[in-house]
Design a protein around this ligand. Structure first.
Ligand code: FMN
Length: 310
């Protein structure tokens, strides 16, 4: 019997819902043993988030400064044929509970020489986070064979307010008579994740090897190349300001609060200027940069391929 392990953490329940649909065909198959592990930080992260606490989390998130986790419930030495790693993005980095897992000795033991599929549900900026996850997985000796990325239905502009409002108030919307759209991934996209589980179930039951063709031609990811420059610029700024904040104290220290507040203003200014400018530049230069954009799309959509069917 093939064994599949799901690693998950979710604050609102969205990512758990994605994984539930994703894994339903595996759970229903009589041939697969499915195990679900929920990551439990020793000190829980709040949801909804208090305003300053939310922004005060970015230095640790970008520097992959892992919090302590409760031990997993798996017996030591247990191995799996496939690990499905669900994660959400926090400040262009994997969320801190997932970083903590990936940096743990338990992850090294579980993931060594093991095929891994990553499943992301986030606002719409996951490219830099996946670069970090690839590095952490490689350090564990894991083999990334697939990636699925789901983004909020409101798009880059609509989710710019909708997602933070959801995180800070717990209200998903729509709000103000629809001026602020609904936050989160579209329910049809969530239920549509079943198709990935169906493919995995078939490949496992037919005893085919698990390689990077596993989730091809299923629309697993859609790379928005217009966001690459913005993500890079925002990540650089997170690293610079994050270093300053870490020098000022630990997460939650009062010494960090004034700088966090200033940084919030800087970040909004950066996003409302760099984001539309770089998107406009990308659109204008797209005809000249076709080859480069195709190469970027291929790189960031690996291993599962872009939704246009690579
Ligand atoms: C602290 C924090 C930072 C976030 N940063 C990002 C981000 O950089 N990019 C992004 O696309 N989504 C970001 N999000 C949204 C999450 O990726 C995710 O969509 C949301 O937290 C819901 O996930 P859940 O399943 O844990 O409830 C952030 C959320 C939180 C709480």
């Amino acid at each position: 019997m093939k064994k599949v392990l799901v690693i998950q953490y979710s604050q609102s329940g969205q990512l758990s819902e994605v994984l539930r649909h994703f894994c339903a065909p595996l759970a229903d198959s009589g041939q697969i043993e499915l195990r679900v592990e929920t990551l439990r930080p020793r000190q829980a992260y709040p949801f909804p988030w208090p305003f300053l606490r939310f922004f005060d989390t970015f230095p640790e998130a970008v520097y992959l400064d892992a919090p302590e986790l409760e031990p997993l419930s798996l017996p030591p030495g247990e191995r799996f044929d496939l690990v499905i790693l669900g994660y959400q993005v926090w400040f262009l980095s994997p969320s801190l509970p997932v970083t903590a897992f990936l940096k743990s000795a338990a992850a090294r033991a579980l993931l060594q020489d093991t095929p891994v599929v990553t499943v992301i549900a986030c606002r719409d900026m996951w490219l830099m986070a996946q670069e970090q996850v690839k590095r952490l997985l490689a350090a564990c000796g894991a083999r990334l064979v697939g990636n699925v990325a789901l983004v909020d239905e409101a798009g880059s502009v609509g989710s710019f307010l909708a997602t933070p409002i959801w995180m800070l108030t717990g209200r998903k919307g729509p709000l103000l008579g629809g001026w602020i759209p609904r936050a989160g991934v579209k329910p049809e996209q969530i239920s549509g994740c079943r198709r990935f589980g169906e493919r995995i179930e078939r490949v496992l039951n037919e005893a085919h090897p698990l390689d990077t063709t596993l989730l091809r031609h299923l629309g697993a990811v859609k790379v928005n190349t217009r966001l690459i420059a913005t993500e890079r610029a925002a990540r650089r700024s997170f690293l610079v300001w994050g270093a300053l904040l870490r020098a000022l104290g630990r997460q939650g220290a009062w010494t960090r609060r004034p700088v966090v507040a200033v940084y919030f203003v800087f970040l909004v200014a950066l996003l409302v200027t760099v984001l539309p400018l770089s998107a406009l530049l990308k659109t204008l230069t797209a005809p000249l940069l076709r080859k480069r954009i195709a190469a970027q799309t291929a790189y960031f959509s690996a291993p599962s391929g872009d939704s246009i069917g690579m």
